[in-house]
Design a protein around this ligand. Sequence first.
Ligand code: KDG
Ligand code: MG
Length: 412
Amino acid sequence: MKIIAADVIVTSPDRNFVTLKVTTDDGLTGLGDATLNGRELAVVSYLRDHVAPLLIGSDAHRIEDTWQLLYRSAYWRRGPVTMAAVAAVDVALWDIKAKAAGMPLYQLLGGASRSGLLSYGHASGKTLDELFDSIREHLELGYRAVRVQTGVPGLKSIYGIASNATFEANSGVRYDHEPAQRGARPAEEDWDTRSYLRHVPGVFEAVRNEFGPELPLLHDGHHRMTPIQAARLAKSLEPYDLFWLEDVTPAENQEALRLVRQHSTTPLAIGEIFNTVWDYQTVIREQLIDYVRSAVTHTGGITHLRKVLDHAAQYQIKSGMHGPTDISPVGMAAAMHLGLSIHNFGIQEYMQHGARTNEVFRQSFTFSGGMLHPGDAPGLGVELDVDEGGKYPYERAYLPYNRLADGTVHDW
Ligand code: KDG
Ligand code: MG
């Protein structure tokens, strides 16, 4: 089964997505998500200019060998652009192999280990009232777990809160949190860690008082604390029994989490900007985390993320795969097949795409009663309508960035 084409498709229904479509000489096609939020065209070039020529003529069945070739032969290993490109090839080849076998991909990965995937959505509000409304909306949609992000008094615009500017930038389509905004320059947000640390425990106390002790609650610190600040936050949130506290410190320094662990039993999650098992070496071996946050899309595909998760399983660390709107339906489906098959599944993030996106990417996965299932169509179960996608050309979009009150650029 030889690869005869590897096409990169860029489409922007609601937001930008990069998809690799691999075609074989017996007419099968496979899709892989290569979307890197705010840096999409870098991956397009990597795929078109450097990877696609290597694929033509090679055997589509040789998934592991292709992965090793793309990873090792580049010499310049790792990094988000490279690993998103490798992931797209890997997932497209798994899609093809499963279609050739006439099976949903999870069957090739070992079969289902559970009946569905517990998922969490993003509840957010600038005020407590708005936040409570958002949590109620999520519960009505069926979610059985919610991430909770709120505004901080004195800060105009911060991570995790759905803003009117974002809705407008997305032509009025509501995403609960879509940080990338179309335009020539990134939006500027503001940040003050001391105000945040003072405010957040009270929010969780209010949420627990309103919604009771059972509902699994998650929170994302989005990389902006020092180790001692992160330890203080984790400790102060202990009474509210979080499912996890995510990305409390910048991701480059794995050892920062040692201090957080020493001071708190709040479960920790990290990894949405990690690309390989090497980024997890210390945090897995020293059991500094409880959940691996990587997306299939950004961590070299199913082949590599499965190895990371198998390694994590030896330490009772579970999956919590990244699933914001910048993971396309193709990337989400890949996560679902992997999550259904592994033993150490924890939870799946699921934000839901807009209607235009769902028309471009026809999906067979389902969300019911708070649980996702990839469906039983052969392969990934997602098909890309190229004509429909062609209606939405790429538009430059950036993630925001942070400045402190004195103008210093801070981690976003
Ligand atoms: O592209 C960046 C977003 O995916 C990220 O900000 C979302 O932190 C995020 C999350 O946990 O979903
Ligand atoms: Mg996050």
